[in-house]
Design a protein around this ligand. Structure first.
Ligand code: AP5
Length: 207
């Protein structure tokens, strides 16, 4: 199984499509955002360090992220990297301990991602992701999967979303040219329904 990177701006739908790809293709899912939120929830030293960066919409330092990912990667399994790498330094660091076979770039306009993030809610217990407009839960305020309470992410407040997008443009957008130059990038339009995005990526992975 290949190692695949999901690249795209905040709110592009990386986590949403990753959940389906992991089920279908049996990837090991490595989401640095989920891993960091877990560390923050458990108040570990790493969580304490990451918390401020995340609340401000800034990136956690590269060396911290690389060491966390390195511990999680299992050479025997295909990995789906979600939200990582996010800088050229992270991409270079990743290549020192494993290979990347394919990069899927989810293309979507800023206006659309801002709309998605302002209406996103997540389960405070299991982390499942919903959208009050496009993917509402069956029962208002409750997770379909575990019954947990749905909340807005702290970093989905408008001023933090604006900062996250600016940081993405400055630090992460250059990865598109980086991977395109290596012939590893496939562009997938993410301004369509979650099912269409999933089908488009599945087709790329099967080809
Ligand atoms: P992280 O959690 O990775 O945030 P992100 O990349 O900004 O991505 P999001 O989780 O916001 O969005 P997504 O693309 O997964 O979209 P989703 O599927 O939820 O990182 C958070 C923070 O941690 C960072 O700011 C940083 O501080 C730190 N961090 C993490 N990784 C790091 C790294 N490598 N280096 C340094 N720091 C790091 O969908 C969004 C909404 O849209 C949902 O409501 C969903 O239901 C809806 N939706 C999804 N798909 C569709 C669709 N096709 N149509 C309509 N609605 C859709």
């Amino acid at each position: 199984m290949k190692n695949v990177v999901l690249l795209g701006p905040p709110g592009a739908g990386k986590g949403t499509v990753a959940a389906r790809l992991v089920q279908e293709f049996k990837f090991l899912h490595v989401s640095t955002g989920d891993m960091l939120r877990e560390e923050v929830a458990q108040n570990t030293p790493l969580g304490q360090l990451a918390k401020g960066y995340m609340a401000r919409g800034e990136l956690v330092p590269d060396e911290v992220i690389l060491s966390m990912v390195r511990q999680r990667v299992d050479a025997k399994k295909g990995v789906l990297f979600d939200g990582f790498p996010r800088t050229i330094a992270q991409a270079e660091g990743l290549e020192r301990f494993t290979t990347v076979d394919l990069v899927i770039f989810l293309e979507v306009e800023q206006e659309e991602v801002v709309r998605r993030l302002s209406s996103r809610v997540v389960c405070s217990a299991c982390g499942a992701v919903y959208n009050l407009i496009t993917q509402p839960p069956r029962v208002q305020g409750k997770c379909d999967q575990c019954g947990g309470t749905l909340v807005q992410r702290e970093d989905d407040k408008p001023e933090v979303v604006a900062r996250r997008f600016a940081v993405y443009m400055r630090d992460s957008a250059p990865l598109v040219a980086y991977y395109e130059g290596r012939g590893m990038l496939r562009r997938v339009r993410a301004d369509r329904s979650p099912d269409e995005v999933f089908q488009a990526i599945a087709e790329v992975l099967r080809s």
